[in-house]
Write a protein that binds this ligand. Structure first.
Ligand SMILES: [Zn+2]
Length: 89
């Protein structure tokens, strides 16, 4: 008789603890999603463009080495900087 009683007790306890576990977990993961909007501040530097090998950028304009026209953006051709019209694409 003693054995049967202890078995029933064990089953009852197991059921109850399972219910509580399911209800206790969830909610609390949505607080870290507002950080993805902060990576937009790197393309707004006026005139301070890095010296790329393919072209040069001058905010006030610079004369083309070929025709002398003042342009903001010149492309490197051989060892000189020329405007878009003189550059042979
Ligand atoms: Zn030119």
């Amino acid at each position: 008789m003693a054995e049967e009683t202890s078995l029933e007790d064990f089953l009852d306890a197991g059921d109850e603890s399972e219910d509580e576990g399911v209800n206790g977990v969830s909610a609390g993961d949505e607080t870290t999603e507002t950080e993805s909007e902060v990576s937009d501040a790197e393309v707004s530097t006026d005139g301070v463009e890095p010296a790329v090998t393919t072209y040069a950028w001058s905010p006030e304009g610079a004369p083309c080495a070929e025709c002398g026209e003042v342009v903001e953006r010149r492309w490197r051709q051989d060892s000189i900087l020329v405007c878009g019209a003189c550059k042979s694409w």
